[in-house]
Structures are given as structure tokens and as C-alpha cells.
Design a protein around this ligand. Structure first.
Ligand code: PMV
Length: 328
């Protein structure tokens, strides 16, 4: 029983930060993301009665007991659905640095969900796959669909309405997202710990929750209208609000390095010069710049000229998660 799947990473344009239930990994707010063409995880899984324990190989190396444990607990959800306790060997490869704010957990858990469901012969809808992926990592629910995606916070206690679905397919709108890599190091505080700290200590937490609905509505419309300026403004605004929440936690959480800040200023300078370019940043130091195809080269040159940017990765709207191989 084996299968291999590929899922692309995604970047939130309207950010998710905060959980309404930690056990089921239910988000406190909805979010909107762009699936990325150039960053993906490929995961191959084999279940067999010959295996005594789950074994996880990440980028050709045996994963840590923590990573293996997290993956095993996640696979238990699928094993329960399939009525089996077979153990698995999982081989997962990212084509980008892991855990540096490039959402490897998003593509990782989405690829794992799809591969494991197929290997166990579970026939699940895209919605059910997204609900499952969410339990591995909140942003993973958004890597099941492709293109422009909305994740619902939902209201039910069991999480059955907390899933992601497409707003528009990749072909709807050719925009670009350039990632400037400022560091290859793993982030210092993970998103779950960061979100918990914000929820329990930030005086702005409730205000953040209350404002999210308006941002989601405006972003949905900007995407449908192909209004780039609006999409960019809303993305930068949501990003800075999320980081303000992280910074206002106690102790404050600072994901940026000096190069990140230089790049934020450079993006705004470019904009003052007439080029529509907007930044967004996740729980890590990488800078991500949204622009139109005709401005991609100018934005790339600007990023490459900033000392400390090691590499620039260009993305278009990318496809949803898919099966690459499966035995029948
Ligand atoms: O679901 P996680 O644990 O990957 O957390 C995502 C947090 C942010 O990337 C900062 C925001 C987002 O919506 O992706």
C-alpha cells in the first residue's frame, strides 16, 4: 500500500494567527492565501504489516523523534478512518529550506494527507482532505486547493467547517510573488507557541480577531476584481497587523532580521517610484514581494541588490495538491 503526492506551499495574503482550539488545531480567524508554483513537498508513503514503527525520512535524513511523533499522531487520524493500525515509512522532500518561514509544514502536511489517504484507499472529498490537513498544520489546509484560496475559521466544535477552498483557480490572474531568502536557519519560535503566547498575553488579541472579517471580505473582492493595488495594500496591512500582534506579546516575538527590515523599506521606495510592489512576511525572516509580471525583473533586481539576500525565488499562482504515483 503505497502512494506519492506533491503539494505546493502557500503564502497567506490575509494572515492567520491564533487558535480557537489547540487540540483540533482550529483557527481563531479565517485567512486567504496564494498557492505557490515554485515551492513544494513530495511525500512518498508505504504502509506495511512488516513495519514495527512509523519511520520518517525528511530530505534524506532520519527525522528527529519530535518530528516523527508529530507525523505518527497525524497518521493515526487517517489510520482510524481506514480501520487499520499498519505502520508506515514516509519519505518527504522539500525543494526549499525547511522551517525558515517558508511554510514547509503547509506543503508537508498537505502532501502527507493526500499520499496517506490514497495509500490507505480512503476516498475523501477535497473538503475532507483539507479538514484532515488542518490537523497537521493550520496552513496545510490551504495547500490542498490551488490558486487563490480561502480558509474558514468555522464555528463547530468538531472542526468540520474549518477547511479551505478555492476563491479562484491559478489561471484567474497572473500575479507574482518573489521570495527573498535572508536566512536558511530554522525559526526560533514556532507558530503554535507564538500564537499561544499572543492569545494569552497580547492586549491587542481581541482587536485582531474583530478586524479580520472586514479584511477577508475586502481581499476576496480584490481577487475577484483583479485589483492588484487593493490586493497589495491589504496584504501588507494584514502582515504588519499580524507582526504587531506578535511584537505585542509578552515576551515580544520578533521574526524579522535586519535584512528583512531593509527589504521592507526598499519595497516601499520602489512603490514611491511608481512600481506597484507590496511585501508580506510570515513567522520567519524571509521577505515576500507581490508584483505584476511586467515588474518582476525590476523587483528581482531590487531584492538582489540588498546585501544579505541570498537568493530570490519567483512564484506564480500554483496548482493544488495531487497524486504522482499510487499502487492500485
Ligand atoms: O499553520 P501554521 O502553523 O503554518 O501557521 C501559519 C502562520 C503564518 O504563516 C504566520 C500565517 C499564515 O496564515 O500562514
Amino acid at each position: 500500500m503505497r502512494s506519492k503526492a506533491r503539494a505546493h506551499s502557500n503564502i497567506a495574503l490575509i494572515k492567520y494567527w491564533g487558535k480557537r482550539d489547540e487540540r483540533l488545531n482550529l483557527p481563531a480567524v479565517g485567512s486567504i492565501s496564494l498557492t505557490l508554483s515554485a515551492l513544494w513537498t513530495e511525500t512518498e508513503i508505504e504502509f506495511s504489516p512488516q513495519f514495527q514503527t512509523d519511520q520518517l525520512i525528511l530530505n534524506d535524513k532520519t527525522a528527529s523523534p519530535e518530528e516523527t511523533g508529530r507525523t505518527s499522531r497525524f497518521l493515526d487520524l487517517l489510520r482510524e478512518l481506514a480501520g487499520t493500525n499498519l505502520k508506515a515509512i514516509i519519505k518527504s522532500e522539500n525543494n526549499f529550506p525547511t522551517a525558515a518561514g517558508l511554510a514547509s509544514s503547509a506543503s508537508g502536511f498537505a502532501a502527507l494527507t493526500l499520499a496517506a489517504a490514497r495509500a490507505l484507499h480512503l476516498s475523501l472529498s477535497r473538503k475532507e482532505l483539507s479538514v484532515l490537513a488542518r490537523q497537521g498544520s493550520g496552513s496545510a489546509a490551504r495547500s490542498i486547493p490551488g490558486g487563490f484560496v480561502e480558509m474558514y475559521a468555522g464555528q463547530s466544535a468538531d472542526g468540520s467547517d474549518a477547511f479551505a477552498e478555492p476563491i479562484a483557480p491559478p489561471a484567474h490572474w497572473d500575479i507574482r510573488l518573489l521570495i527573498g531568502i535572508t536566512s536558511g536557519a530554522a525559526k526560533k519560535i514556532g507558530s503554535t507557541a507564538g500564537m499561544n503566547l499572543s492569545k494569552t498575553t497580547s492586549p491587542y488579541y481581541q482587536a485582531w480577531i474583530d478586524a479580520q472579517h472586514a479584511d477577508l471580505t475586502a481581499m476576496r473582492q480584490a481577487i475577484l476584481d483583479r485589483d492588484f493595488e487593493r490586493l497589495g495594500e491589504l496584504s501588507e496591512y494584514s502582515c504588519l497587523k499580524m507582526h504587531a500582534l506578535a511584537l505585542s506579546s509578552n515576551p515580544g516575538i520578533l521574526y524579522w532580521n535586519g535584512v528583512t527590515v531593509e527589504a521592507m523599506h526598499a519595497v516601499r521606495d520602489l512603490r514611491r517610484g511608481g512600481t506597484p510592489a507590496y511585501f508580506t512576511i510570515d513567522a520567519g525572516p524571509q521577505i515576500k514581494v507581490l508584483c505584476l509580471p511586467e515588474d518582476e525583473n525590476e523587483v528581482r533586481e531590487m531584492l538582489e541588490s540588498i546585501p544579505g539576500i541570498r537568493e530570490v525565488v519567483s512564484n506564480k499562482p500554483g496548482p493544488g495538491a495531487r497524486i504522482l504515483e499510487a499502487d492500485e
